[in-house]
Each structure stands twice: as structure tokens, then as C-alpha cells.
Design a protein around this ligand. Structure first.
Ligand SMILES: *[C@@H]1O[C@H](CO)[C@@H](O)[C@H](O)[C@H]1NC(C)=O
Ligand SMILES: *[C@@H]1O[C@H](CO)[C@@H](O)[C@H](O)[C@H]1NC(C)=O
Length: 257
């Protein structure tokens, strides 16, 4: 348009802007594609995108949405700023997806207004503190393959999650292993960090013992081999004529001794 100088803007560019304006207007006021929207008399807006084979979080969710259902889809990750414009959100359902990763800033923009966050039945093994920011919503974390270890134990107290949320964490795998299959809260008096340290200590000890054994066996082998050589050498000397033998024998014996 600038290249046309003082003339009116190129019609194609003008159409593009009309289209863009329409799109933004569309996004801000109506429903996300493939989703079902409804609004109560009090203006509480609900957007349902459940079971619609979504592979990622739609970017055209109306910014005045209060309740958003994205459950039963194929969403694998929650990227940064995925819900940035949804400042009125009260409830967010991401359950029954394949979410394995919550990126830093994933829930940025959501604030204390959010009361319910459902992340149940996903593929989360660990949490990312920077994903949650200062979210205080009650969060359903159940039915995920949690890996309970020192890192998780250190992380949880630093997060402002509702305490009820933690009840949903059941360890699928754990370090130490004996907590696999158990609710994380059941093991809350266990110091996961200390136990894992002990494990490394034991591993270290075993490794050192292994090395020590190898060195000793080598020494034993070396000494035996030498004794054998010395004995053979002596026998050889005995078979020599006696004159030469006497002097050689005494020197060999002194060497061996
Ligand atoms: C939604 O977006 C429109 C257009 O950008 C803006 O005017 C409006 O204030 C936004 N509403 C909320 C609740 O953020
Ligand atoms: C969490 O989600 C699971 C299933 O996804 C459900 O059975 C359970 O009742 C929920 N828990 C809470 C506290 O809402």
C-alpha cells in the first residue's frame, strides 16, 4: 500500500484488512469452530469442545468464556499463553487428553478467578511450577502416571495449588521404588531426597568395592605369575653346569627374596 504513494490503498490489501477485522470480530463475539457455545441469562458463557478430536488448544475461543470444556480430545501439550485472553475463565476442563507437558507460562493470564482446573486422565509425570504461576484453583491431578521423586517433593510446597489437589497424585513410578502405586500424600513424611541420596551412596560403595576386588585379584595374579617365573628360572639354572650355576643361583635367590 505504501508503494502506491498518495493513491488509495491497493484493493487486495483493503480486502485483507476487512477480512482480518471480520475474523477478530468473529473470534471475540461468536463461538470457536467445531465447538458448542451457550450462554445463560446472567451472561455466563460456556464453550464445549469435548470429544471433537482436537490435537491442540484452539486459538479462537471467545475471550468472554467462563467455562471451557476441552476434555476427551487428543491434546498433547499446553503451550505458553494458551489461555492468555480468557481472563474471565472460572472453570477449565482438560481431562482425558494425552497431555504430557505443561510449558512454562501455560496458564498465564488465568488468575484467581479460575476455580476449577481439571487435568485428570492425562499423561503427566511431573509438574512444571512455571506453568501454574500463582494459580490457586482446585486442580484435579488424578489418573496421571506421576513419577514421585525428590524433585516432585521439593516442588509441591512451592506451588499455591489447593491442598485438595494433591490428593489426586498417585505415584505410578517412584524413587525409591517402594512408593510406586501409592498416593503421594501417604508418603508425605518420607524424605524422598534423602532416600535417593542413600541409594547413590550404596551404588558408589558397590562400585568402589568392585574396583578394589579387581585391583586385589590383579595383584594376586601378578604375584603368582612372578613366583611361577622365578621357579622356572631356578629350575633352568639347576640344569646348567654347576660352576656358572652357583653364582647365578645365589643372585636369583637374592632377587626373589
Ligand atoms: C475481548 O476482546 C475485545 C476485542 O479485542 C475487547 O474489546 C474486550 O475487552 C475483551 N473482553 C475481555 C473480557 O477481555
Ligand atoms: C478427578 O477426575 C476423576 C476422573 O477424571 C474423577 O473421577 C474424580 O472424581 C475427580 N476428582 C475431583 C476431586 O474432582
Amino acid at each position: 500500500a505504501r508503494r502506491n504513494g498518495r493513491g488509495s490503498p491497493n484493493p487486495a490489501v483493503k480486502n485483507f484488512f476487512v477480512l482480518m477485522t471480520f475474523c477478530f470480530h468473529h473470534a471475540a463475539t461468536s463461538c470457536s469452530k467445531g465447538c458448542y457455545c451457550s450462554e445463560t441469562g446472567e451472561g455466563v458463557k460456556t464453550v464445549r469442545c469435548s470429544n471433537t478430536r482436537l490435537g491442540e488448544i484452539p486459538q479462537d475461543i471467545p475471550n468472554d468464556t467462563h467455562r471451557l470444556y476441552l476434555d476427551f480430545n487428543n491434546i498433547a501439550a499446553v503451550p505458553a499463553d494458551a489461555f492468555r485472553d480468557l481472563t474471565l475463565l472460572v472453570e477449565l476442563d482438560l481431562s482425558h487428553n494425552i497431555i504430557a507437558k505443561l510449558e512454562s507460562g501455560a496458564f498465564r493470564g488465568l488468575n484467581e478467578r479460575l476455580q476449577l482446573l481439571d487435568l485428570s486422565s492425562n499423561r503427566l509425570m511431573s509438574l512444571n511450577k512455571d506453568a501454574f504461576g500463582n494459580l490457586k484453583a482446585r486442580t484435579n491431578l488424578s489418573n496421571n502416571p506421576w513419577h514421585c521423586d525428590c524433585a516432585l517433593q521439593n516442588l509441591l510446597p512451592t506451588m499455591e495449588l489447593d491442598p485438595v489437589s494433591l490428593a489426586g497424585i498417585v505415584c505410578e513410578t517412584a524413587v525409591p521404588e517402594e512408593y510406586a502405586g501409592k498416593p503421594f500424600l501417604l508418603a508425605k513424611d518420607v524424605d524422598f531426597c534423602n532416600v535417593s541420596k542413600k541409594t547413590t551412596d550404596v551404588a558408589m560403595l558397590v562400585t568402589m568395592f568392585g574396583w578394589f576386588t579387581m585391583v586385589i585379584s590383579y595383584l594376586v595374579y601378578y604375584v603368582r605369575q612372578n613366583q611361577e617365573d622365578a621357579r622356572r628360572h631356578l629350575e633352568y639354572l639347576k640344569s646348567l653346569p654347576s660352576k656358572q650355576r652357583k653364582s647365578e643361583e645365589s643372585s636369583t635367590i637374592s632377587t626373589v627374596v
